[in-house]
Design a protein. Structure first.
Length: 550
């Protein structure tokens, strides 16, 4: 049995981590926004689920220009979400229940409301206060053109002009000015932040946009227009490590520095990189002397296809072996369409266009989506390494694709001139009860409207209900604790086309049917199925996964 006890330094290697999006989890004070007391009050949901840790998306003071990833103070709690005392109480309760706590660190940019940026605005061009950010004069006769053609990930130019004529860089929203990591004060301040939360008992960190901190800011700054792509796409058009701002080699020195801080604690603090870079480069962030893990987004983006998944799984395990990291798996998070909807969209669907159609073109069969999502989850939880779950997936929640335009909050919506709806559809507050003004999320209405169908997905509707998605997750996590040994798997050599079939240690086996036809199961006791099996448990229907004992 894997040892995930509190002092085991390797607890993270095969942990299951549950992502909490604080504003959408549970609202204790009734202002419509989720809060820390809401989370504390619902932690037993996580311990009953059987996860090892929770990762909290940002809860820091923020004007929510980008859902909290615009941080105005890295060492405090947003007053709408609670206080530092509430945070301490939440950590204490999590630890009492045997849950680790991971927090999000957003080092690439601050909020424009951060005191540093406000000071930089006041201090004017050429001031040391501006050196913490990336301020430059513009091009053109009067400096009226941005310094480069760099594009914001959210759409439009990555530069904004301030009143005195200087421009500043923002790879995301204009409210998120990029920091200059060449500045020693910036580095020192983040060390302080890492210690601040570690001292408060936080067990690990998720590092936002980990691949963007180092930038080539030598003059003249380089345009990227000739790469034939902008935004993150441009990363794939240059030799590794040479893009002006994505995934530069120098970024690793920052994480080697942080590792010394993590290792000064017992057990060492863990970290996971959010770095949307190709596999071999991603592995560099996960090296043992850096962050230790990096999200495997190729897995999240993979098609529901046996050959594609087998290749990805094999590659990820091989890559993890080269760095000493453990493999990671993730199917949903607060930035992507929930996998209960995504996995049944026809391959090649333009996801932005689908959201713009309100989820109607093409229409999604919700029941088929949940069936496939359950199969995908049971596959993921059978893999060696650690899995990241996103709140609500244990309920089988679909994407809320038909949110009215008037309620959209994601900056992507405005920044793309209303051509991309953005990520609000996966951030709709959770349903806890089958009735009530926000289905138990809080005493009043929630900050984003919940579809009426959420009532049927509520925790109350599923807890104790045989065959529910929630009970499937609980059963899978219970079994997983008993069954996981080692970090390897062995593929069955004779699996028919469209079938994934592998064995883990102790002879237990996972079989997934990604084909269109039912398939006979190999011999063995069925421990768990993601859906009903046929012919007395001997036949695996399409879009179904089974775990077998020896
Ligand atoms: C990645 C986060 O997951 C996303 O929500 C955010 O918008 C960007 N980083 C910018 O911080």
């Amino acid at each position: 049995m894997t040892d995930i006890s509190s002092r085991n330094p390797d607890w993270w290697r095969q942990a299951v981590i549950y992502q909490v999006y604080p504003r959408s989890f549970a609202d204790a004070d009734g202002d419509g926004l989720g809060d820390l007391k809401g989370i504390t009050g619902r932690l037993t949901h996580l311990s009953a689920l059987g996860v090892d840790a929770l990762w909290l998306s940002p809860f820091y003071p923020s004007e929510l220009a980008d859902g909290g990833y615009d941080v105005a103070d890295y060492r405090d709690v947003d007053s709408r979400l609670g206080t530092l005392d509430d945070f301490d109480a939440m950590v204490a309760e999590a630890h009492r229940l045997g849950l680790k706590v991971i927090v999000d660190i957003v080092p690439n940019h601050t909020s424009h409301q951060h005191p540093w940026f406000q000071e930089a605005l006041r201090a004017g061009p050429g001031s040391p206060a501006r050196d913490r950010y990336v301020f430059r004069p513009g091009r053109g006769a009067h400096g009226e053109l941005p310094p480069t053609d760099w594009q914001s990930v959210f759409g439009g130019s990555a530069w904004r002009r301030v009143a005195d004529g200087d421009w500043y860089l923002h790879l995301f929203a204009p409210e998120q000015p990029d920091l200059d990591w060449g500045d020693e004060e910036v580095r020192a301040d983040f060390r302080r932040t890492l210690r601040f939360w570690s001292d408060r008992g936080v067990d690990g960190f998720r590092i936002d946009v980990a691949h963007a901190l180092a930038k080539d800011l030598t003059e003249p700054l380089r345009d990227i227009g000739d790469l034939g792509a902008t935004g993150e796409e441009s990363l794939h058009r240059v030799p590794p490590g040479s893009h002006p701002y994505w995934d530069r080699d120098e970024v690793h020195e920052i994480y080697r520095d942080w590792r010394k801080i993590f290792d000064a604690y017992t057990p060492p603090r863990t970290a996971v990189a959010e770095a949307w870079v190709p596999g071999a480069r991603r592995a560099l962030y996960a090296r043992a002397d850096e962050l230790g893990q990096a999200f495997n987004f190729e897995y999240l983006e993979a098609r529901w296809d046996a050959d594609a998944l087998r290749r990805l799984i094999t590659d990820e395990l091989a890559t993890a072996r080269t760095t000493g990291a453990s493999a990671t798996w993730v199917l949903s998070n607060h930035d992507v369409i929930r996998h209960a909807s995504r996995l049944v969209l026809p391959p090649g669907t333009d996801l932005d266009a689908w959201l713009l159609s309100g989820g109607r073109a093409p229409a999604v069969d919700e029941a088929a989506g949940v069936r496939r999502a359950r199969a995908a989850t049971l596959l993921m939880l059978a893999l060696p390494g650690s899995s990241y779950l996103y709140q609500g997936e244990e309920l089988g929640l679909p994407e809320a694709a038909d949110l009215p335009e008037a309620v959209l909050q994601d900056p992507v919506w405005e920044q793309t001139g209303h051509t991309r709806k953005g990520r609000d559809g996966c951030r709709v507050p959770l349903p806890w009860t089958v009735s009530g003004p926000s289905y138990g999320f809080g005493p009043g209405a929630a900050w984003l409207p919940q579809p009426a169908s959420f009532a049927g997905y509520a925790v109350e509707a599923q807890a104790g209900t045989a065959g529910s998605t929630l009970e499937l997750y609980r059963a899978a996590l219970r079994l997983r604790r008993k069954l996981l040994e080692g970090e390897t798997l062995t593929w069955a050599p004779d699996a028919p086309p469209g079938i994934l079939d592998f064995a883990r240690a102790e002879g237990w086996r996972c079989v997934v049917n990604l084909s269109d036809d039912p398939v006979r199961l190999p011999p063995g006791e069925v421990l768990l199925g993601s859906g009903p099996l046929a012919e007395n448990g001997t036949v695996l229907p399409p879009d179904t996964t089974a775990w077998l004992g020896s």
